[in-house]
Design a protein around this ligand. Structure first.
Ligand code: PLP
Length: 416
């Protein structure tokens, strides 16, 4: 599943000890395993080899330049949602014909830059957006490919903040409106409306919701075809869940086995946008215990990483396993204590884990917050004026600093 393992009670990333990394680069620190990252990309590629899809890594999961570049080198395209992500994407050297652009609020400026760079597809989320892309493309004299993002109105069994394909969500366009767009697509003179896009949510651990959504979309494509409006590309989004705790998510192979029969009926080229599946288990957040605080009600391990470094527990009540970097080989039950692992931020919601068992945990110990490679650093902030942390990538026994720690100067650099 990943390359973070204990050797003689010390946690390693591939061949490098986490303790050594923390000593050299300080804490908090994001540590990524290149092998875990690439092997998860390959798992999807192999599972879907029968249809050879374009796999666009969803940059929002982890937009670090070195992470994206490593995947681009493997052949991945990139799924972006902003002008900033487009800027980063182009810096990786990815072919612009492998960039797809989703998001409900693209600005005219962002649209113009993306068209000028000849990106592959805009995944369009509303009629006003469609009109605007057509207008900008006309001004630039460019014919732009677009896919209509369908909201298939299915419930995905995941946290309500990360479901995106239900009728009440802000994403995508309902079938009826999409049908009208396709049947009148000649109205949009500078657009080639040739794709359908869907993304029903994230951290979905079972095939059911994907199949239900894809069946609806494929029926829709066949209906359009029978009315002379062929669809050449089908983008099935991302959403594949990973193991954080007790989940038993489908593997890439199981997912492919479940959805391939449906997808083949679409007779379209397939695009995918996985993020979490590729990067999630490839990264950990290493943090140091600053204080052990005992109150009459609770024990707290106060660590140097906070919700500004990893917001998922606060935002979604997400569970991340928290492991000691040096594990104890004995388990004297008297030494087992239960802690809330909390950060230094001035919010009671600033926690990384609640009611976690540790053996002999003490001040100065290092902890590793697992499964932090996706929506970890990319969602981090400077809240409480905390500089954002360093990131390193391990490749076998080699280590590369891929982002240096911000300084206090960085905090005020753009303020006037
Ligand atoms: N595509 C779109 C349009 C998304 O909004 C997201 C995530 O929110 C993704 C792909 C990636 O999802 P995941 O990381 O669950 O694979």
């Amino acid at each position: 599943m990943h390359d973070f393992n204990y050797k003689h009670n010390n946690l390693y990333c591939e061949s490098v000890s986490i303790e050594e990394l923390a000593g050299k680069y300080g804490t908090p620190l994001y540590v990524y395993s290149r092998n875990t990252l690439i092997s998860h990309y390959r798992k999807i590629k192999e599972a879907f080899s029968a249809i050879n899809p374009l796999i666009c890594f969803s940059m929002k999961a982890n937009s670090n330049f070195s992470i994206c570049k490593a995947l681009v080198k493997e052949g991945a395209g990139l799924d972006i949602v902003s002008g900033g992500e487009l800027y980063r994407a182009l810096k990786t050297g990815v072919a612009s014909k492998k960039i797809v652009y989703a998001g409900v609020g693209k600005t005219e400026k962002e649209i113009e830059i993306a068209i000028r760079h000849h990106i592959f597809f805009f995944n369009v989320e509303s009629i006003p957006e469609l009109e605007l892309i057509n207008k900008v493309a006309a001004r630039l004299g460019i014919q732009q490919k677009v896919a209509i993002r369908i909201n298939p109105d299915v419930k995905a069994s995941t946290h309500k903040y990360i479901t995106t394909g239900h009728g009440e969500n802000k994403f995508g366009i309902d079938f009826e409106t999409a049908r009208k767009i396709f049947l009148e697509r000649n109205r949009y003179k500078n657009l080639s409306i040739s794709g359908i896009h869907m993304h029903i949510g994230s951290q979905i651990v079972e095939a059911g919701p994907f199949i239900r959504a894809m069946e609806r979309v494929v029926d829709f494509i066949r209906d359009l075809e029978s009315h002379g409006a062929g669809v050449r590309w089908l983008n099935i989004g991302g959403g594949l869940g990973i193991i954080y705790s007790e989940e038993r998510p489908q593997t890439a192979k199981e997912y492919a086995k479940a959805v391939l029969p449906v997808l083949k009926k679409a007779k379209a080229n397939i695009i995918m946008e996985p993020g979490r599946f590729i990067a999630g288990n490839a990264g950990v957040l290493v943090t140091k215990v600053q204080y052990i605080k005992e109150t009459p009600r609770k024990k707290f391990a106060i660590v140097d990483a906070g919700m500004n470094d990893l917001i998922r527990p606060n935002l979604y009540g997400a569970y991340h396993e928290i492991l000691p970097v040096k594990s104890c080989s004995y388990s004297n039950s008297e030494e087992i204590k239960i802690f809330d692992v909390v950060g230094p931020i001035c919010e009671s919601g600033d926690f990384l884990g609640k009611d976690r068992k540790f053996i002999g945990l003490k001040e100065g110990d290092l902890l590793s917050v697992m499964g932090a490679g996706a929506y970890g650093f990319s969602m981090s902030s400077n809240y409480n004026s905390r500089p954002r942390v360093s990131e390193v990538m391990v490749d076998g026994s080699k280590v590369k600093l891929i982002r240096s720690r911000e300084t206090y100067e960085d905090l005020i650099r753009t303020e006037l």
